[in-house]
Design a protein around this ligand. Structure first.
Ligand SMILES: Nc1nc2c(ncn2[C@@H]2O[C@H](COP(=O)(O)OP(=O)(O)OP(=O)(O)O)[C@@H](O)[C@H]2O)c(=O)[nH]1
Ligand SMILES: [Zn+2]
Ligand SMILES: [Zn+2]
Length: 242
């Protein structure tokens, strides 16, 4: 793992990061934006999932993406084709996004667009099963992706990401017939770390599970909305009585 204590400066980097994350979250709340942090090992399918999500949901939600990559804009360019703002952040040698980098992205975003018009910001973190889970960026929910090609033991070997996740997507389900993989064992290992996360098996190739994922996204976005204004609270309460 990277260093979390800077001996030269005598500061705990995780504490500094947390203050920055709280600041970012305050901005999201003020704008009425829900923010998700998508995390996985390299190549588990974050960008593919974002492509399907943008294709399905941009007609009903106003979405922006913060795209973290160490050096390239390859993923950002893939997502720009969906006509949404994509803020690319190159982390250089760093293996994760931190709250300061995301603050820089939000600054850029709020100068180019009116953030009050947006519903959802999707952050694609740098592919890494360890560090991203340690550094909050101001998200309201953490989404972890685990592809079935990675092995059933990953939730046990890299516990923090799976403990922290609000939603776990088991990806590349279309490959199950070709692999000797026990999906129930993956679920059991995740449950051992985290009894509460929503678990959704998906495939961006066949579309399996994507509707359940979209519905989870819609629910999370609508949960944040009521605090927006009194008017919205009333609408939600009225809807609930019918
Ligand atoms: N068979 C199969 N392949 C998939 C699926 N989702 C993604 N892939 C493939 O897996 C590879 C990596 O997918 P990406 O979406 O780029 O993964 P990522 O997590 O964004 O990767 P990094 O940003 O490098 O960490 C690509 O070749 C995708 O086509 C899936 O559901 N099934
Ligand atoms: Zn990606
Ligand atoms: Zn790190």
């Amino acid at each position: 793992m990277h260093q979390t204590f800077d001996a030269a400066l005598g500061i705990n980097l995780l504490h500094v990061n947390q203050a920055g994350a709280d600041h970012n979250r305050a901005h999201f709340d003020q704008w009425g934006i829900t923010c998700f942090n998508l995390m996985s090992s390299p190549g588990a399918g974050k960008t593919a999932l974002l492509e399907r999500t943008l294709a399905a949901l941009t007609s009903e939600l106003k979405i922006a993406v913060i795209e973290g990559d160490m050096t390239t804009e390859l993923d950002a360019d893939r997502l720009r084709q969906y006509g949404v703002p994509v803020i690319a952040i190159n982390t250089g040698r760093s293996c994760h996004l931190d709250s300061k980098m995301v603050a820089g992205g939000l600054h850029q975003f709020s100068h180019q667009y009116n953030p009050n018009e947006f519903d959802l910001v999707l952050v694609e973190n740098v592919g890494n099963l360890v560090c991203p889970a340690e550094f909050e960026v101001g998200e309201h929910a953490k989404i972890a992706l685990l592809s079935i090609t990675e092995g059933e033991d990953k939730p046990l070997k890299y516990p923090v990401m799976f403990q922290e996740a609000n939603c776990l997507l088991i990806t590349k389900m279309d490959l199950a017939p070709y692999l000797e993989v026990d999906i129930q064992q993956i679920v059991a290992n995740v449950r051992q770390m985290n009894p509460h996360a929503t678990i959704i098996p998906v495939s961006t190739k066949t579309g399996e599970g994507l509707e359940a994922w979209f519905e989870w996204v819609r629910t999370q976005v609508s949960l944040l909305k009521p605090s927006d204004s009194d008017n919205d609270v009333e609408t939600v309460e009225l809807a609930a009585t019918h």
